[in-house]
Design a binder for this molecule. Structure first.
Ligand code: COA
Length: 330
C-alpha cells in the first residue's frame, strides 16, 4: 500500500479587504463586538467579475504546482470542494482544468460538505492514492461566501470571507515518512437546520415570490453551531490521536477550521494544547468555509512554521452538520 504526501500547497485571497467598521455601516454592530465574540478583524471579498471560485482556485494552484515542482498535466484528478460553485454545471473542477490548460482529460469532481469539504476531498484523495488508483491529485477548497452572505443579518454577515487553498497529494517516495496516520469523517443531519442555505436548488427554486429573500442567503443559529463545533472538533481530535497512536504533545501544529477564535480556543483548552501551536488566521480572513484549512496550512508552510516530518492535526466542521479531520506527518 502507498502512503500519500502533500507535495505542494498554495492559497489565494482576493485583494479587497473589508473591515469590521465597514460592516458596522451596514448592520447594527461594532468592531469591538465582532473582535470580542469572534476574533475576526477583517475579511477578503471577491470581485465576482474577477475572482469566482475557479479563478481563485487557479491562482492558488499555480503556487502549489510551483512548490511541488509539477506541471498542470501531472494532475490526474481534481477534487474541488465548494459551497458556491461557478455554476450548477459544468462543475467548477472542469473550469479549473480549463484554466490550468490541462490536456490529459483528468477526472474532475465537485464536492460539497460545506466548511468540512476540504477534509472530505483530502481524505478521498488520500484513500485513492493509498489504493494505488492515482498518483497525483489536486485537492481544492475555494469559496465565494460573499455570494450567499446576507448583508442585512448581523448574526451571519460578520463571519464569512472569500478565498481559496489547495494541496497537491502524491505518493510518498520509498524511505520517506510522510502520510496520514488517522482520519475521521462524520455527519449529523439532525442538526442540519442550524446552518442552511435553503434556496436555489430543487427543494426551493428561486422564483418571482422569493427572489431577494433570505432563502437565497445563509441562515444560522449561532449558539447551536458553536456548541456542536466545539463538541465535534474536540471528540474528533481525541479519536484522531487514539487511532493515530499519538499524544497531544507529539502534535506540532493544530490546524482547525477558522470560524471563530473562541471555538478554536475552546477546543485547544480541552487538551491543554498551547494556542501558539495552533495555526490561526481567522482574524485576517474570517471563515472562508472549506478554504480555511488549506489557506492556514499553506501560510504556515510558506512562513516556515510547518516543517517536513512534523505532525499536523487538521479538524473541520460545517453545515450538515458535517465534520472531519486528519492526523498526518507532513
Ligand atoms: N453585533 C452586535 N451584536 C450582535 C451581533 C453583532 N454582529 N450578533 C448578535 N448580536 C447580539 C445578539 O442579538 C444578542 O443580543 P440580545 O442578548 O439582546 O439578544 C447578543 O449579541 C448575544 O448574541 P449571541 O448569539 O448570544 O452571541 P454569541 O456570543 O453566541 O456570538 C456568534 C454569536 C454568531 C459569533 C457565535 O454564536 C458563533 O460564532 N457561532 C458559531 C458560528 C459559526 O461558526 N458558523 C459557521 C460554522 S462553519
Amino acid at each position: 500500500m502507498h502512503q500519500s504526501k502533500i507535495l505542494g500547497t498554495g492559497h489565494y485571497v482576493p485583494p479587497r479587504v473589508m473591515t469590521n467598521d465597514e460592516i458596522a455601516k451596514m448592520v447594527d454592530t461594532s468592531h469591538q463586538w465582532i473582535v470580542e465574540r469572534t476574533g475576526i478583524h477583517q475579511r477578503r471579498i471577491a470581485d465576482p467579475k474577477v475572482d469566482i471560485p475557479s479563478e481563485m482556485a487557479y491562482k492558488a494552484t499555480l503556487k502549489a504546482l510551483e512548490a511541488a515542482k509539477l506541471q498542470p498535466n501531472d494532475i490526474e484528478l481534481i477534487l474541488f470542494s465548494t459551497t458556491f460553485p461557478d455554476m450548477f454545471f459544468p462543475n467548477t473542477a472542469t473550469q479549473l482544468q480549463l484554466k490550468l490548460g490541462i490536456t490529459n482529460n483528468c477526472g474532475c469532481l465537485d464536492m460539497n460538505a460545506a466548511c468540512t469539504g476540504f477534509m472530505y476531498a483530502f481524505t478521498l484523495a488520500d484513500g485513492l492514492i493509498r489504493a494505488g488508483m492515482y498518483k497525483t491529485i489536486l485537492v481544492v477548497g475555494a469559496e465565494m461566501t460573499s455570494g450567499f452572505n446576507n448583508w442585512k443579518d448581523r448574526n451571519t454577515c460578520i463571519l464569512f470571507g472569500d478565498g481559496a487553498g489547495v494541496a497537491i497529494l502524491g505518493r510518498t517516495p520509498a524511505g520517506e515518512k510522510s502520510g496520514v496516520k488517522s482520519h475521521v469523517l462524520s455527519g449529523d443531519a439532525t442538526k442540519g437546520e442550524h446552518l442552511m442555505l435553503r434556496g436555489g436548488g430543487a427543494a426551493i427554486p428561486i422564483n418571482a415570490e422569493n427572489v431577494g429573500t433570505d432563502v437565497q442567503c445563509v441562515v444560522m443559529d449561532g449558539k447551536e453551531v458553536f456548541k456542536a463545533a466545539v463538541k465535534t472538533m474536540a471528540s474528533h481530535a481525541e479519536q484522531l490521536l487514539a487511532e493515530g497512536n499519538t499524544s497531544m504533545d507529539q502534535v506540532d501544529w493544530f490546524i482547525p477550521h477558522q470560524a471563530n477564535l473562541r471555538i478554536i480556543e475552546a477546543v485547544a483548552n480541552r487538551f491543554n494544547f498551547p494556542l501558539e501551536r495552533a495555526v490561526v488566521n481567522v482574524d485576517r480572513y474570517a471563515n472562508t468555509s472549506s478554504a480555511t484549512i488549506p489557506i492556514a496550512m499553506d501560510e504556515a508552510i510558506r512562513d516556515g512554521r510547518i516543517q517536513r516530518g512534523q505532525t499536523l492535526m487538521l479538524t473541520a466542521f460545517g453545515a450538515g452538520m458535517t465534520s472531519g479531520g486528519a492526523l498526518l506527518t507532513y
